[in-house]
Design a protein around this ligand. Sequence first.
Ligand SMILES: Nc1ncnc2c1ncn2[C@@H]1O[C@H](COP(=O)(O)OP(=O)(O)OP(=O)(O)O)[C@@H](O)[C@H]1O
Length: 263
Amino acid sequence: MIQLKNVGITLSGKGYERFSLENINLEVNGEKVIILGPNGSGKTTLLRAISGLLPYSGNIFINGMEVRKIRNYIRYSTNLPEAYEIGVTVNDIVYLYEELKGLDRDLFLEMLKALKLGEEILRRKLYKLSAGQSVLVRTSLALASQPEIVGLDEPFENVDAARRHVISRYIKEYGKEGILVTHELDMLNLYKEYKAYFLVGNRLQGPISVSELLESSIVEGERNDALLVLDIMDKKVSIVKGDLGMKFGALGSLNRIYGIIGA
Ligand SMILES: Nc1ncnc2c1ncn2[C@@H]1O[C@H](COP(=O)(O)OP(=O)(O)OP(=O)(O)O)[C@@H](O)[C@H]1O
């Protein structure tokens, strides 16, 4: 189980405007959750905090344990790049993860084969892989560790259509509980049994089931019959069942929500 209680995260740095997420509450209890958000909305930031890679205020618990106090929790796995050593080969990471996380090497090799990646990739350094290969290897490592809970960041980014289908099969089989963050709406069709949240306007809003979402429309303003009303930059956007205005499935990109509110 993942629990976020009143979580706040602030990023600041040279050359950046301050970015913050506020009052984030979430409970993932034996469920599959998808977090949708436009570019730059803070999806990776949220997942990094859940994975113990960023400081935060409030509380984040994984199976009842405060993330601040645990290191390398064996029952949780993520595909975030920081979770893997830079400068070592894929094979080195496989050895490390067999020791640290109980990685199932046979399952990992089966996934590489299904993804048509070829075993020579094992001898390559992770940072020398192409962007898509790196995502697939990291996602396979996270899943082949067969954790109770996974946190996957953009597992489809830079991945071609055929491999997206293959990796989705494994995500669904081995990611029994956890969070998948993405901005790629065209993948939602494969994840109809997931619960969706939106990370928009610096807040996490939801939930709504993905299957309902795909049959809904997006309308400006707050409506009584809405399945979910999103608060974005002091404006409201309703998600309404049926074919009214802009069908969610036709949105293409979440950035278009900002177009609907004229921002
Ligand atoms: N060190 C930092 N200081 C301040 N802001 C930062 C810092 N690092 C990243 N940001 C900003 O934080 C915001 C959230 O970034 P994040 O990578 O979490 O977004 P995302 O939703 O995962 O985006 P994408 O879909 O494009 O991957 C962005 O606007 C980014 O520019």
